[in-house]
Design a protein around this ligand. Structure first.
Ligand code: SF4
Length: 239
C-alpha cells in the first residue's frame, strides 16, 4: 500500500484507516511541532498531487485483502504526510470511498485552505472535520505554524465560521499548545472567543509529546493543560 496506512484503533474514532493525499511533506504550514519533520514544499497551490483513481483502487484492494478488519472499520481518515486539502481530488475521494464501503470519512486539516468555497463544498460529504487553530494573533501564528506567505490567521477564523454554517457533520477543533509559544492564558482566552464563534462540537487540546520538526519544542504541564481546558469550557477535552 502506498497511500493507505493503518488501520489504527483510536479511542475517539474506533478502527480507522488512514489515507495520505500528498507526497511527503507538502503543506501550507511548517509547524514547529510537526512529527513528520520539516516541510519540503511549502505551498497553497492545490492540485491532484496523488491521483484519486489510484487511491480508490488501493482502497478496494485493501478491503478485499482485509475482510475481517474491513467489517470493523468505522472511519477512513484523510490526513497523512502533508495537508490533505491541497489535493483537488478530495471531494471525489470522499464520494468514492462512500460508494465503495459503508464507512464514515474524517478529514484532518490545518484549516488554511478552508477559505476556498470549492473545497468547503467538497468537504460537505465528510462526516467529521478536524481543523486546527493554534493561535489567533498573526505573530503567534507565524511563530508556531510558520505558514506560507499570504495566510492571515483572521481569515482562517472567518472561514471556519463559514464552514460551521455550511457543514452539518461534526467539527472537532484541535488546538496544539507549545510551551513558551502559545501557552499564555490571556491569549488562550482569545482563542476561546474565536472558538465560540466557530462553534465546533468538540475542542481537543493537545501538546507535543513525540519527536517534533524542531528541537526545543516542549509540551506544557498537565496542570497547564487542565487550565487551558477549563478556559475552553465544557466542549473541551485534553487528548
Ligand atoms: S499542518 Fe500538519 S503536516 Fe503540516 S506542518 Fe503542521 S503538523 Fe505538519
Amino acid at each position: 500500500m502506498i497511500h493507505i496506512y493503518g488501520p489504527v484503533k483510536s479511542r475517539r474514532l474506533g478502527l480507522s484507516l488512514g489515507i495520505s493525499l500528498t507526497p511527503h511533506k507538502i503543506c501550507s504550514l511548517d509547524c514547529v511541532y510537526c512529527q513528520l519533520g520539516k516541510t519540503s514544499v511549502l505551498t497553497l497551490n492545490r492540485r491532484e498531487y496523488i491521483k484519486i483513481n489510484g487511491v480508490l483502487k488501493e482502497f478496494r484492494s485493501w478491503l478485499s485483502n482485509n475482510p475481517v478488519e474491513a467489517k470493523k472499520l468505522k472511519f477512513v481518515t484523510l490526513s497523512g504526510a502533508g495537508e490533505p486539502a491541497l489535493n483537488t481530488g478530495i471531494g471525489k475521494l470522499i464520494l468514492g470511498i462512500k460508494k465503495i464501503a459503508k464507512v464514515k470519512v474524517a478529514v484532518i486539516t490545518n484549516s488554511t485552505l478552508i477559505f476556498d468555497k470549492n473545497l468547503r463544498k467538497d468537504l460537505l460529504q465528510a462526516d467529521l472535520i478536524v481543523p486546527s487553530l493554534d493561535a489567533i494573533t498573526q505573530d503567534v501564528f507565524v511563530k508556531i505554524d510558520r505558514p506560507v506567505k499570504g495566510i492571515i490567521v483572521k481569515d482562517i477564523v472567518d472561514s471556519l465560521v463559514k464552514l460551521r454554517e455550511e457543514f452539518s457533520g461534526k467539527i472537532w477543533l484541535e488546538v496544539m499548545i507549545v510551551k513558551g509559544i502559545n501557552d499564555n492564558l490571556k491569549k488562550i482566552k482569545k482563542i476561546k472567543e474565536a472558538a465560540d464563534k466557530i462553534n465546533p462540537d468538540l475542542i481537543q487540546i493537545n501538546s507535543p509529546v513525540r519527536t517534533t520538526a524542531e528541537k526545543n519544542v516542549f509540551c506544557v504541564s498537565k496542570d497547564k493543560l487542565n487550565k487551558v481546558k477549563n478556559i475552553f469550557g465544557k466542549k473541551a477535552q485534553v487528548i
